[in-house]
Design a protein around this ligand. Structure first.
Ligand code: A1D88
Length: 660
């Protein structure tokens, strides 16, 4: 089957995952039959979809017509034959119990057409075992969405032992077509990729407390504010559900041995029905206490905790890579998207040093004799090779970025996209460093004549400084001064580079994100975008140039209004303030942004260089600005560009400037 052959998709199960998947698939234009075992369940799922689509329309992420059309494409059904009789793809999302799934597949196999591909959304059961309930194990694979499907970009596409490559290819293409990022899991290993990383992390955290190596407070402060993961390890367990983590672990223990022995601390919590957030109490108390109130106090950071957690992660990555389940890049993509990590576990391990982590693992194994510390064979190879990633690429001039993307979408145009959509493209120290490096590349590239600055996804250009960067490192005042200066200087480079910079803004443009956009030469925005300097809401002040640069564009009065009120301002109002040059509708945005950059890229480079320089200089010092203007005028007057411009004028032609 090819992607073009997929028209009708059946989703079995209308619960949380089922109705979420049905919504995503219908939004991409497919006809969806959503089936559950009774009218009440299926109607309930349908109403949830209706509510969610309306919310998306309310937030301008869809038009109301698109939302209505998506809903119309979904048919709620109870009868299996009606739901699946003409399905090209069937996605099963029924409860995670083998017997239930077996019954469903038996019923399904009797009515589905031969051509249909079956995909299961299981997060914990064996794909191979499930495929064997059908007569088409070769056309059967895992298609593991993350919760909630509408917001989470990752889909793990998992091969069972009998799955044909063609099945994985078409399901991957389909996942991409519904707007997701598929990551192929080449072998049916328990936990697949994301749970294989997250669940042992939670278990190791629990063992560290069980073995009196550290307290919950120390483990979580270290995980969140020293390592820099989005949540503390125990906070994560409470969020996911300790019972959920425990069951995955239990299964891994059964299938993959004692290294996955669940920590008694987790077991006790499950026995006491203290599952985490959903039950009101887990490792933290959400009813009578403050919930997961992870401390930033750097006195709580523990190097042993950091090393052990990272060592366990590195060992799992080594297993997945060594066993050819996935590559380091695929693992990092999956965990970044599925766990909302700022970078993946392979990258974390490389940055710490895989050899050091391998030594730490050996030491812990000797000390405790617990099999969870037994290194996988491939870890030693990775340690010898100096890490999971090969840095050779950097020698041939290519630079890899994690938090931004540098592309060349059109003739003479470079585009830097802030690429942390799961975190609203918030700006971390790493992002500033990468931006700095990308500006170097663009600045040195004679073929680039305009720079376009965008944010990935449709929710935000950028929601400002990454809270972790502000809070991380124990929020040391000296570090904060450095961070502020570094941001001011790096953003300021956009004012100084000699080519025009267009910031194209779709969604939130707040705090540090707005300070970054302020440094562009031109700003265009969608009508749904919102702007603001919300720092006062946090007790902070704009620290990346906002107190100085904004006033020069919108005037002192408006700048004070924006900063002092910390309000959010719509694009039209910001256009009236002179901050936005052009407001466009979301469906015209991409073309408008590219066209604007292309138009400026076609301009005269020499004149642009001196004009930007003169305007920038004149901002501080009028006389100096005029001086640069005169010098620039003298410099360009006899240039080939001016000859080209004048010739084109008389020839009624478009000039082609060379910057000479
Ligand atoms: C020197 C510079 C200083 C500064 O810039 S200070 C920072 C100033 N910025 C802000 O105060 C804005 C903070 N963010 C927000 O107010 C909201 O977000 C939005 C209005 C932008 C969007 O709200 P909604 O649509 O409800 O989304 P969501 O659930 O709040 O955010 C989605 C995910 O994005 C993460 N996120 C948002 N802003 C930041 C940030 N600034 N730093 C780090 N992460 C951020 C969230 O936590 C969450 O993540 P999860 O889905 O994992 O829970």
């Amino acid at each position: 089957m090819e992607l073009e052959d997929i028209n009708t998709v059946a989703v079995l199960g209308a619960g949380n995952m089922g109705h979420g998947i049905a919504e995503v698939v219908a939004m991409a234009g497919y006809d969806v039959n959503m089936r559950d075992i009774n009218e009440e369940f299926v109607q309930n799922g349908y109403e949830q979809i209706e509510w969610s689509l309306d919310k998306l329309a309310e937030n301008d992420q869809l038009t109301q017509e698109q939302a209505d059309a998506a809903l119309e494409r979904i048919t709620p059904l109870v009868d299996m034959a009606e739901a699946c009789g003409d399905a090209d793809v069937v996605i099963e999302a029924v409860p995670e119990q083998m017997e239930i799934k077996q019954d469903v597949y038996t019923e399904l196999e009797a009515v589905a057409p031969d051509r249909a591909v079956f995909a299961t959304n299981t997060s914990s059961l064996s794909i191979t075992d499930l495929s064997e309930f059908t007569d088409r194990a070769e056309s059967f694979c895992g298609m593991h969405f993350f919760n909630p499907p509408i917001r989470m970009d990752l889909v793990e596409v998992i091969s069972g032992a009998h799955t044909e490559d063609a099945t994985l290819d078409v399901i991957e293409a389909f996942a991409e077509d519904v707007g997701k990022t598929p990551v192929r899991v080449r072998k049916d290993v328990p936990g697949f990729i994301v749970n294989r990383i997250l669940v042992p992390l939670m278990n190791e955290a629990a063992w560290l407390v069980e073995d009196d190596v550290a307290t919950i407070e120390e483990v979580d402060a270290t995980t969140k504010f020293d390592i820099g993961l989005p949540m503390g390890s125990f906070e994560l367990a409470d969020y996911v559900g300790i019972d959920v983590g425990y069951h995955v672990l239990d299964y891994m223990h059964e299938v993959a041995g004692d290294r996955y022995e669940p920590c008694p601390l987790m077991e006790t919590k499950v026995d006491n029905e203290e599952f985490g957030q959903k039950s009101g109490k887990g490792f933290y108390d959400y009813e009578d206490g403050d919930g997961a109130d992870v401390s930033m106090d750097d006195d709580l950071f523990s190097e042993t905790v950091k090393e052990r957690l990272l060592a366990v992660l590195a060992n799992e990555v080594a297993y997945l890579v060594g066993d050819d389940v996935a590559s380091p890049e695929e693992i990092d993509t999956a965990v970044k998207l599925g766990g909302r990590w700022p970078k993946g576990p392979a990258k974390f391990a490389d940055e710490y040093g895989v050899a050091d982590l391998a030594d730490a693992l050996e030491d812990a194994y000797e000390e405790t004799d617990h099999p969870r510390y037994e290194p996988f064979d491939h870890l030693a190879t990775v340690a010898d090779e100096g890490g999971f990633y090969d840095d050779a690429g950097e020698d041939d001039g290519t630079v890899e970025f994690d938090t931004i993307e540098l592309t060349y979408p059109g003739d003479k145009v470079a585009q830097i996209e802030l690429n942390r959509p799961q975190q609203m493209n918030s700006i971390s120290l790493e992002l500033i460093e990468e931006l700095d490096a990308a500006i170097d590349l663009v600045d040195d590239d004679d073929d680039v004549r305009a720079l376009l600055l965008t944010g990935a996804g449709s929710k935000a250009f950028s929601a400002g400084a990454d809270f972790m960067s502000i809070a991380g490192g124990g929020a040391d005042p000296f570090d904060a001064v450095e961070l502020s200066k570094y941001g001011q200087e790096t953003f300021g480079r956009l004012e100084e580079i000699e080519l025009p910079v267009v910031a194209a803004i779709d969604g939130y443009c707040l705090g540090g994100g707005m300070e970054l956009a302020t440094c562009a030469d031109i700003r265009i925005a969608t009508s749904r975008s919102e702007f603001g300097q919300p720092e006062f809401n946090l007790g902070l002040l704009p620290g990346w140039g906002g107190t100085q640069r904004l006033q020069r564009i919108v005037g002192m009065g408006r700048a004070k209004e924006i900063i002092f009120t910390a309000d959010r301002f719509p694009a039209e109002e910001m256009a009236a303030f002179g901050f936005i040059n052009e407001v466009v509708e979301p469906d015209e945005f991409e073309t408008a942004a590219q066209d604007y950059a292309a138009k400026l890229a076609g301009g005269p480079p020499l004149a642009m260089r001196f004009t930007k320089r003169a305007m920038q200089k004149g901002w501080d010092n009028h006389e100096a600005g005029l001086e640069v203007e005169s010098m620039g005028f003298g410099h360009v007057v006899n240039s080939e560009d001016v000859h080209e411009g004048i010739n084109a004028f008389f020839g009624d032609d478009e000039p082609e400037f060379e910057g000479k």
